[in-house]
Ligand binder design. Sequence first.
Ligand code: C5P
Length: 222
Amino acid sequence: MKKINIAIDGPAAAGKSTAAKKVAEKLNYIYIDTGAMYRSLTYKALQHQIDVEDEKALTNLLVATTITLLPSDEGQVVLVDGEDVTLKIRERDVTNSVSFVAKHQTVREEMVRRQKEFAEDGGVVMDGRDIGTHVLPNAELKIFLLASVEERALRRHAENLAKGYESDLEQLKAEIAKRDKLDSERAISPLRKADDAIELDTTSMTIEEVVDKMLSLAKAKI
Ligand code: C5P
């Protein structure tokens, strides 16, 4: 069977990674969470007290950093220079700084170079903000996931509570809306639906429905 590449983009907490992971698993494809790569660099920058506005220092840091994405039973393990940062990169300090780190041109160029390499042989489900527009413009299937800010905040809130984390719904809503604004309004590769992407509003869909829809779209291309 032909191995295609699938690009999944959309705003923060739209369920991209949950759906993308399941689709990859069903198709026996590799799942690449590009947000985890920007989060990994942000984590390391915060540790080294590098200013999120300092493009040159961030780029040098990235060039010297190995980011490894490994499949696991829970979906994906993220290693930064061999350290397991899977949970640390989801913490609030990283989440609230990542969009500043991700806006820099030379940081993005290096990330995109690495991401294109992952997809060279096909068989990849990659999620992010610019996958359909910049990273994999030739992906056979492009999906743009949407959901209202309220619904996305509610989902993240439920996830946090289920994991035993503290969570404030109103604060989540404000943080998600702020990240959407920064990601959509930045000059370099802003969050945008590719012209040939299929839009899927998941506000009133379950995760199973989203996965089924994506799988049927993928199977039509394989
Ligand atoms: O997908 P996730 O919410 O984990 O992404 C974290 C952040 O990384 C986004 O808010 C965005 O600033 C940045 N990002 C990006 N381009 C991508 C993936 C993520 O700019 N392809």
